[in-house]
Design a protein around this ligand. Sequence first.
Ligand code: GDP
Length: 350
Amino acid sequence: RRPGSAGVDLQRAKLRLSLQEHLWAFYRERVLIPAQEQAQARRAALDICAELRVFLHAKLPDMPLREMFLSGSLYDDLQVVTADHAQLMVPLILEKNLWSSVPGEDTIMNIPGFWLVRRENMEYFPRGSSYWDRCLVGGYLSPKSVLEVFDKLVTGSINWPAIGSVLDYVIRPVVPSETLTLEVQYETDRRLYVDFLPLLVMEDGVSLIAKPHRLAAERHQNLWRQSFRVAETARLRALDQEDGGCRCVCLKVAKAVCKLNAPLTRLNAGQLTNALLLLSESEGDWTQEALAHRFLQLLRALVGHLEAGRLPCALSPKVNLFCELTAQEVDELGYTLYCALSDPESLLRT
Ligand code: GDP
């Protein structure tokens, strides 16, 4: 040992200790949302969902839908900082013999993680045999066109001011919106954004959502996005339950850091969840005492994935979860996180 190295070690241990303390303080003070705020937001989302169910049943009784339901981090106890958004899932019913799904890697676009939904058996079941034929574009079910059907209904024919005044909220559709979003003001200073998310559950269990490819070129417009959210969230939670681990805490801290630091807002929950799942494969100690180590390791892993330009989905490694970032965004994210490695606490001073 060099003289003095014990001192350096001690100093390092102290730094670690204080990062550990800072992370837990940040978690308690910034990340966690008060139970009452969450309950209010959930109540508002539920009221809107109930109104929409009644409206759709009455107005379009023959539209083949399963019951709509609410989902997202607000319902998995994974929302952070403020209770401000939820997804309203709208499951479409597709006739098994009339539709098939084509994986993105088998198309000229060659994008794993996205799918085309092709209309089959046109010769025996001509156009019009399926309700959803009205959303066909070039022989494929168009998520954009499906969203437009709901957009017309939700923004065009529902009297939101009237419903809002009954429920004591201010409700308005957000325009323009990439998907279809309602803004619900449920307190003078509290807003909840509810995203409409049409959903297809295909025969092989693949879940597809109508959320467009971010860098949507014309030819990408018919692509449905495969959703792994339910399975990956369940896996993370199960791992924590097995060993009393802090993976979900680590995820929430990372989500809050990305929400509160402008250069990191491009990193989303799916990417962070998968980076954590991949890290869990090689790292066993997720005790509460290890939070700072694991958090730093997560940052390092993200820098590595960004350098490679590739973050494989833990449940389907051919899917690259960075495929919708531009090269410049990848560089900027990588740079910000790389700088943070030497001063991780800077991420918490927001
Ligand atoms: P948060 O928005 O960062 O709190 O993270 P969530 O875990 O709530 O993820 C919500 C995001 O995931 C939204 O952008 C959704 O469009 C997307 N998403 C993908 N698949 C699903 C799904 O099956 N359910 C929900 N609720 N959202 C999904």
